[in-house]
Design a protein around this ligand. Structure first.
Ligand code: HSE
Length: 385
């Protein structure tokens, strides 16, 4: 039998993830890097280097564009132009997909080409493909979990070594887990994008990222961690969403989880992401959520799926939905300097460096924390699970 011609790929980006993708494809016969575009080209890259994206769009022998440059620009223009040129697109870019979800998914569906972004949520875990399979079968009701490797690495390191936030962050950066600018990992923007993409696919909706209430870990201290340890709890940055009748509850926040919850045991850069289906109940997916090879693995898996003929996006349901967190209630750990009448009226108990509130709605306490930072920029909150 004659071997099929390899699928010819244009690789945009030869950085941490891009070079991993290049290495994986180089070892295969069914895929081929026809050319690459990159500001920096590692010495052993032998494919042609293209300077102008329009040369890729005009090349009819190129089936598929893999975008791993990250950031919004020029990724948006390059991905949109590639879809318009009738190329399949595979991207790891959660910033891009979360921001331009409806437009890019609609364009891929209109052009009849593939748009895949499995590496954009869950690093190397086949999370989005599993979520798609569940959503095809029955309603997905909830999505939750640890979806950022950098913050999990930092929190795990602080808990297990008692070391400082800065030392743990530096190590996460050295290992290639953090974004180029780690601000979006620490303030929750990165995990928020992953939650938005997951919720959109799971519920068949389109969420506006800006509506998702988000608290990060940038204000956490060693003292907070010591208090959580004395409570027998572990701090994790958790993403959570739930399908409501006419809206979606969706939020990101540090959460103090008891040892009985599997999330408490997730080490280093690993992620644990769960879906709840109407009949299947809760299913959880575990693996490395960041790093060169885990992320490149999912990009490669998308390439293989596309080479097998998969087209379109994970869903074609694009119903716009608003976020409403007013019906979700939790107790919170709050650390802030000075008096606050709202907090005082809701305090149930005191810890050496903070307080525990009565059950309050997610929407109310997130709004309070944003306002409180005008007076106390280091204010920190974490829900109790
Ligand atoms: N900075 C991200 C993380 C990379 O730490 O999870 C993978 O998306």
């Amino acid at each position: 039998m004659k071997n099929k011609e390899p699928m010819r790929i244009a690789l945009l980006g030869l950085g941490t993830v891009g070079y991993g993708v290049y290495e994986f494809i180089r070892a295969r016969e069914d895929l081929q890097v026809a050319c690459a575009m990159s500001l920096v080209v590692p010495e052993d890259v032998t494919c042609p280097i293209v300077k102008d994206i329009r040369d890729i769009w005009a090349d009819e022998t190129i089936d598929t564009v893999v975008e791993v440059i990250g950031g919004l620009h020029p990724a948006y223009e390059w991905v949109k132009g590639s879809l318009e040129a009738g190329k399949n697109v595979i991207t790891a870019n959660k910033l891009l997909i979360a921001a331009h979800y409806k437009e890019l998914v609609s364009l891929a569906l209109e052009k009849g080409v593939a748009l895949r972004c499995t590496a954009a949520a869950g690093g190397g875990i086949p999370w989005l493909t599993s979520l798609k399979r569940c959503a095809e079968q029955e309603p997905v009701i909830r999505i939750s979990g640890i979806m950022n490797g950098t913050t999990n690495f930092i929190l795990d390191t602080m808990h297990t070594t008692g070391g400082s936030f800065d030392t743990a962050l530096a190590e996460a950066q050295r290992l290639g887990y953090a974004e180029f600018d780690p601000t979006d990992d620490l303030n929750g923007a990165d995990i928020r994008r992953k939650l938005v993409i997951s919720s959109n696919i799971g519920y068949g909706c389109v969420l506006d990222e800006k509506e998702v209430a988000t608290e990060g870990i940038e204000h956490i201290t060693g003292e907070d961690i010591a208090a959580f340890r004395s409570m027998g709890r572990v701090c994790k940055l958790i993403a959570a969403s739930r399908k409501l009748d006419h809206s979606v509850a969706a939020y990101i926040e540090p959460a103090l989880v008891p040892p009985s919850m599997p999330e408490s045991a997730i080490p280093t850069n690993y992620n644990l992401i769960s879906l709840t289906g109407e009949h299947i109940g809760k299913q959880s997916f575990y693996g490395q959520g960041a790093g060169r090879y885990p992320t490149a693995y999912n990009v490669l898996q998308d390439c293989v799926d596309v080479s097998h003929g998969i087209r379109g996006f994970y869903t074609d349901r694009l119903e716009e939905a608003h976020v409403d967190n007013s019906t979700v209630y939790r107790h919170y750990y709050v650390r802030t300097k000075g008096d606050d009448s709202w907090l005082k009226a809701r305090t149930e108990s005191f810890l050496p460096c903070g307080v525990i509130t009565e059950a309050v709605s997610v929407s109310e306490i997130h709004a309070w924390a944003k306002k409180r930072r005008e007076l106390d920029p280091d204010c920190f909150i974490a829900s109790l699970r």
